[in-house]
Design a protein around this ligand. Structure first.
Ligand SMILES: Nc1ncnc2c1ncn2[C@@H]1O[C@H](COP(=O)(O)OP(=O)(O)O)[C@@H](O)[C@H]1O
Ligand SMILES: [Mg+2]
Length: 235
């Protein structure tokens, strides 16, 4: 990389992202020029009220949707509009761990199998995938749940399994969209502890979008989203 400025070291950098949803005559300008960067090992919370465009932004970062304009570079890859489908699929498979508000665990698979899945998709052999998945689950206090099915564990446990599933492949970037949105305060606290522990021990890079102050406060840096922009005045 020939850039000598600070952003050369960034794991993620976005500049001037814009996104407008159109529905016939109606259109909603949701992102009006978003720019920020994230260094490796940072835990960044993007906070903002409902409807601020947080999910829209996160979907762009995870290449689940495309911006109208602007630039996204993650781990050296620029997500241009010309990018090949296969490149995007590989990017998502190898570079991003997603955590959503709903855990989306596969009901017919055990907890262990759910966490093995991202590794199996990467072609990791069954025995190694099982070993790695078990290790992560044990680290977050769910070692006693590996043979259970999602219907046999609590909502709080399910969301912590979703964390294990996101981190098991050691992705450079974890993206989380309102991950504590369905949790009561006790489980929210446990979720935050798990995320903080893994982040510190594995030096994970995490971007979480949320309207919840309690979760945002757990991050090492907070950005405020307002009126389609990152509010530079912050907090
Ligand atoms: N697929 C879509 N089509 C049209 N409008 C959308 C779509 N997704 C989101 N919006 C609108 O964009 C705005 C921002 O939504 P969203 O990114 O989900 O905000 P947040 O996650 O901060 O609550 C909202 O006004 C929402 O109604
Ligand atoms: Mg949202």
């Amino acid at each position: 990389m020939q850039d000598s400025n600070l952003s050369a070291a960034a794991l993620l950098s976005v500049s001037d992202l814009t996104k407008t949803y159109r529905d016939g005559e109606a259109f909603a300008e949701v992102l009006k020029g978003i720019s920020f960067s994230v260094q490796p090992g940072e835990f960044v919370a993007i906070q903002g009220p409902s409807g601020a465009g947080k999910s829209t932004l996160l979907n762009l970062l995870g290449a689940l949707d495309k911006p109208d304009a602007g630039k996204i570079v993650i781990d050296g890859l620029e997500l241009t509009s010309q990018i090949k489908r296969a490149t995007v699929d590989t990017f998502r498979r190898d570079k991003i761990g997603f955590i959503f508000q709903n855990h989306y665990l596969m009901q017919e698979f055990t907890v262990l199998e759910n966490v093995m899945l991202p590794l199996r998709v990467q072609g990791v052999h069954k025995a190694e995938a099982a070993e790695r998945a078990k290790k992560v689950l044990e680290r977050i206090g769910l070692g006693h749940r590996i043979a259970h099915f999602p219907s046999q564990i609590s909502g709080g446990e399910s969301q912590r399994v979703a964390v294990a599933r996101a981190v098991v492949k050691n992705p450079p970037l974890i993206l989380a969209d309102e991950p504590t949105g369905n949790l009561d305060s006790d489980n929210r606290q446990r979720f935050i502890e798990v995320l903080n522990t893994l982040q510190a021990e594995d030096r994970l890079t995490i971007i979480v979008v949320t309207h919840e102050a309690e979760l945002a406060m757990a991050a090492s840096r907070r950005l405020l989203m307002k009126d389609g922009k990152i509010d530079i005045s912050g907090f």
